[in-house]
Design a protein around this ligand. Structure first.
Ligand SMILES: Cc1ncc(COP(=O)(O)O)c(C=O)c1O
Length: 296
């Protein structure tokens, strides 16, 4: 699974953003959305070591979970095709015609099945997993969102790619794997700031801690999560967010998705406006993905 053989653009580009609202702060975009058209954004980073582990344990089938608009399901299907695994996806909810995200997963060979919401909530209970094994045979289980200790390891490498000195690195937070990883890759004096895309998800802080603990054996104190920029909740949008995204597109020719990166950038610009970053400091914002999928 060599990155070059898979056609991945790594290191991902780092671009300085010029904008008259930056008030003396330097802002760079780490364009992980350009890594690969299908394994876009944080997906390759989150899956790289997990796929290697699946291969080392001689698994041939990967089984995972996601909502109907799951970027993760789509990325797992693409990863399976590109890396030679059979993939099974369990979709939360009742059966309905495939949307574009699920259709793309099926086109990549994923065997999709719906799972009612009550079972979905219990999807990691041993008896539910056993029932899945009886139904589908042996598989390598990949948790929803792909956030594992392997994801932490993969995302921490992102930091090593950045040659530009910086003070703060920021990313959207859905399940916490990306933030846990980048925080683990920082040098002394640098900080990671996550912007939660979920409403009232205080438990995300615990998720990040436990992911860090399982991946590195310790919990770091160089990160924090901002909970103010969810725009109403997961995949919800507000007039403020829509105005911001339209304006950002006009200024920079970059249409950000409204589920993750749009909320991140709204948060970053609001914080800059509030003077949260000292004049002269350098901030890196990770463009963790792009596109219509946009959920978990
Ligand atoms: C585009 C995009 N950005 C950010 C995230 C959030 O990452 P994490 O779940 O690791 O917090 C996701 C979900 O994996 C995503 O699809």
């Amino acid at each position: 699974m060599r990155e070059r053989e898979l056609g991945l653009q790594l290191p991902s580009p780092l671009q300085e953003l010029h904008d008259d609202r930056l008030a003396g702060v330097r802002l760079f975009l780490k364009r992980d959305d350009l890594i690969h058209p299908e394994l876009t954004g944080n997906k390759w980073r989150k899956l790289k070591y997990l796929l290697a582990d699946a291969r080392a344990s001689r698994a041939s089938t990967l089984l995972t979970f996601g909502g109907a608009y799951s970027n993760h399901l789509r990325a797992m299907a693409a990863a399976g095709r590109m890396c030679g695994f059979t993939t099974i996806g369990l979709v939360r909810g009742e059966e309905e015609p495939y949307n574009a995200v699920l259709a793309a997963a099926v086109a990549d060979g994923m065997d999709l099945h719906y799972m009612d919401r009550a079972s979905y909530r219990r999807k990691t209970d041993p008896e539910v997993v056993d029932a899945l094994r009886r139904r589908f045979g042996d598989f390598y289980l990949v948790p929803e969102g792909g956030s594992t200790a392997f994801a932490v390891q993969g995302c921490s490498e992102l930091v090593d790619e950045i040659e530009q000195p910086f003070d703060v690195i920021t990313c959207p937070v859905g399940t916490g794997g990306t933030l846990a990883g980048i925080s683990a890759g920082l040098a002394a004096g640098q900080h990671a700031l996550g912007v939660s895309v979920l409403k009232g998800a205080a438990s995300l802080d615990d998720e990040v801690r436990s992911l860090q603990l399982s991946a590195t054996g310790r919990v770091l104190d160089n990160w924090a999560i901002e909970h103010r920029f969810h725009s109403g909740g997961f995949a919800r949008r507000s007039p403020e967010l829509d105005d911001f995204l339209g304006d950002f597109d006009r200024r920079h020719g970059l249409r950000l998705d409204h589920v993750y990166v749009g909320k991140l950038m709204l948060g970053v610009f609001t914080l800059i406006g509030e003077g949260a970053f000292p004049v002269g400091s350098t901030v890196v914002a990770i463009v963790t993905g792009r596109g219509p999928g946009g959920a978990d």
